[in-house]
Write a protein that binds this ligand. Structure first.
Ligand code: KG4
Ligand code: ZN
Length: 352
């Protein structure tokens, strides 16, 4: 590995980054200085849509089918040689076990075939690192917030290698709540972006939905399951075992969407305010699918302006899953930290 790094001149050192933690199969080629030469994402929305959520077994099989075409396209678009590649990076935690295994097996296969070292990437750290991609200076130290379909987590990030989990959702993730409420409103999976669109024409004050755990200044944890249930009761009443929103007018649907979205935003912004105050850091970096939400972005910017801290939001196209954010692997490589082929996946999240 050292030989590779010495042979390739500095501006011709690349990594191949792979991502398959959930239902996106992605690959990217990233130069040592962060320049992205190619990026490909194969989504599986059509496969999972009719089930109303990601089906793990289907996701793993689709990764298996998608990886080779995704890799071929990425290598072709980047037009780099295998000799210029200094390592293969792959997201190994957290995520769906089957999906992670397919990604890691693909990465290990390439390492063996090309004689390249392996670098494991933490998918949540990578979501925060997406904020680094448009920047010359380091994002560290910072508070890192991930708001995605699977996670709602706040970290204290001392460096690319030192992360301390400060708080996390105790039930649903923010994106999961968006998707479930969207489904109640009859929107196709994943409904988060559609719900956000509907919310634009709605009145966020129409319904006073709960803001779970927001007032509890002792914790940086989140909870979105009760909020989701409150929306359900509002649509169908507490007794109903089925949910049908077809009796609602377009205006009523928009008002429900806007009121729900505002409740999520208030919870996220409130905990960010608490984290910034408690940890005494001056930079907040935000990534994950829900960070693409325009109103959330605006609300976080307002908070940052008021509290006078620096806010870095991942570019909207880098919020949802992609392999570009795997550029965090370069931090490990520069520190001389590689993994060997005994590396395993870690599907669950280790707290702390
Ligand atoms: O980061 P991501 O691609 O996958 C995970 O790692 O979980 O996030 C996907 C989530 C989905 O729940 C999706 O509905 C949500 O992000 N999402 C949004 C928006 N765009 C994507 N939620 C609210 N507003 C959006 N604009
Ligand atoms: Zn993600």
């Amino acid at each position: 590995m050292t030989a590779d790094m010495n042979n390739a001149s500095f501006d011709r050192q690349y990594i191949l980054s792979l991502e398959s933690t959930c239902d996106e199969t992605a690959a990217a080629i990233i130069r040592r200085d962060g320049v992205v030469l190619a990026s490909t994402i194969a989504t599986q929305e059509l496969l999972h849509g009719r089930f109303g959520g990601v089906v793990p077994e289907i996701a793993a099989r689709a990764h298996l089918e998608n990886f080779l075409p995704v890799l071929r396209k990425t290598m072709h678009d980047a037009n780099v040689t295998i000799e210029d590649m200094v390592a293969i990076a792959v997201a190994t935690q957290p995520g769906l076990p089957g999906s992670l295994i397919v990604g890691l097996a693909t990465a290990k296969g390439l390492c063996l075939a090309w004689d390249k070292p392996l670098v494991g990437v933490n998918h949540l750290h990578a979501h925060v690192y997406a904020c680094q991609m448009q920047r010359r200076e380091s994002i560290f130290p910072c508070i890192g917030l991930i708001v995605s379909g699977g996670h709602t987590h706040i970290y204290r990030c001392e460096s690319a290698a030192q992360w301390k989990l400060l708080g996390a959702t105790i039930d649903d993730a923010a994106g999961e709540a968006f998707d479930k409420v969207a489904a109640m409103l009859g929107l196709p999976f994943p409904g988060g972006p559609e719900l956000a669109k509907l919310a634009e024409s709605g009145d966020a004050a129409a319904h006073k939905f709960p803001r779970p755990m927001l007032k509890d200044a002792q914790t940086l944890d989140f909870s979105f399951s009760g909020l989701k249930t409150a929306v359900r009761y509002c649509i169908a009443g507490p007794q109903s075992s089925t949910i049908d929103s077809s009796h609602l007018s377009t205006e009523e649907v928009a008002n429900l969407a806007a009121s729900f979205e505002q409740a999520v935003i208030d919870c996220v912004v409130g905990k960010c305010k608490l984290a910034m105050k408690r940890e005494r850091l001056s930079r907040l970096c935000v990534g994950g699918g829900v960070a693409a939400n325009r109103r959330l972005r605006a609300a976080l910017q307002e908070l940052a302006d008021r509290q006078k801290f620096e806010l870095l939001l991942a570019d909207r196209e880098l919020c949802t899953d992609n392999a570009i954010m795997g550029a965090i692997a370069w931090e490990k490589i520069k520190a001389g930290s590689f993994d060997d082929l005994s590396l395993d996946v870690k599907p669950g999240l280790v707290r702390g």
